[in-house]
Design a protein around this ligand. Structure first.
Ligand code: 5GP
Length: 195
């Protein structure tokens, strides 16, 4: 069975979600790919939906799933757990679909180690780090300024890992970034999944 896993990483506020949403507006991509829904213990933000953006779990439930090996990879980010449900990913492979995952660096490396031949890793970077505070404040209107600062510090660290990825998409001009992102992914689908 041919498999395709696309891992997308990039600092908070780099626009990963917007790019992925743009991808799923494309008929070809939305037929071939499914977006993985992670489990997390972080509180739900306004507008986020259970089972669509994340599965929001208690820490106890998350740790239980991890213990029984139902979490493929996981990370702790700013005090909260995030993880990829194993069953979900395997079901998509069985249906012949590619899976797109939005993970931090640690998760991207773990997935690549698990599926070295099937993984395509894409790093999304903002044009400049100066735009991040404004983007983050817009997105996380109820997020404490302290957490926003921590996310910015983490973003600066994450940028240093960009060279580990197969592709890097610079999101300075959104239209161009969506175009570049789609082009990379369409090529990989054509190369790796049966038509
Ligand atoms: P946010 O709280 O902004 O939704 O996500 C915080 C960070 O966790 C982002 O870098 C996001 O890509 C990462 N993340 C989300 N889900 C997962 C997951 O299942 N595994 C890993 N390793 N990282 C995740």
């Amino acid at each position: 069975m041919r498999k395709l896993i696309i891992v997308v990483s990039g600092p908070s506020g780099s626009g990963k979600t917007t790019l992925i949403n743009g991808l799923f507006r494309d008929k070809f991509c939305s037929q071939k790919l499914v977006r993985s829904v992670s489990a997390t213990t972080r509180p739900q933000r306004t507008g986020e939906k259970e089972g669509i953006h994340y599965f929001f779990l208690s820490e106890k439930e998350f740790l239980r799933l991890r213990r029984v090996k139902k979490i493929l990879e996981w990370t702790k980010y700013l005090g909260y757990y995030y993880g990829t449900p194993k069953e979900f990913v395997e079901e998509q492979f069985a249906r012949g679909k590619g899976v797109i995952l939005c993970l931090d660096f640690r998760g991207a490396i773990r997935i690549r180690n698990l599926y070295p031949k099937e993984t395509v890793a894409i790093f999304v970077t903002p044009g400049s780090l100066d735009s991040l505070p404004e983007r983050m404040e817009k997105r996380c209107s109820k997020t404490a300024p302290e957490e926003i600062k921590k996310r910015i510090r983490l973003a600066q660290r994450e940028l240093k890992n960009a060279h580990e990825y197969n592709y890097c998409v610079v999101n300075e001009d959104l239209k161009k970034a969506v175009h570049d992102f789609k082009k990379i992914i369409k090529n990989e689908i054509r190369k790796r999944l049966k038509q």
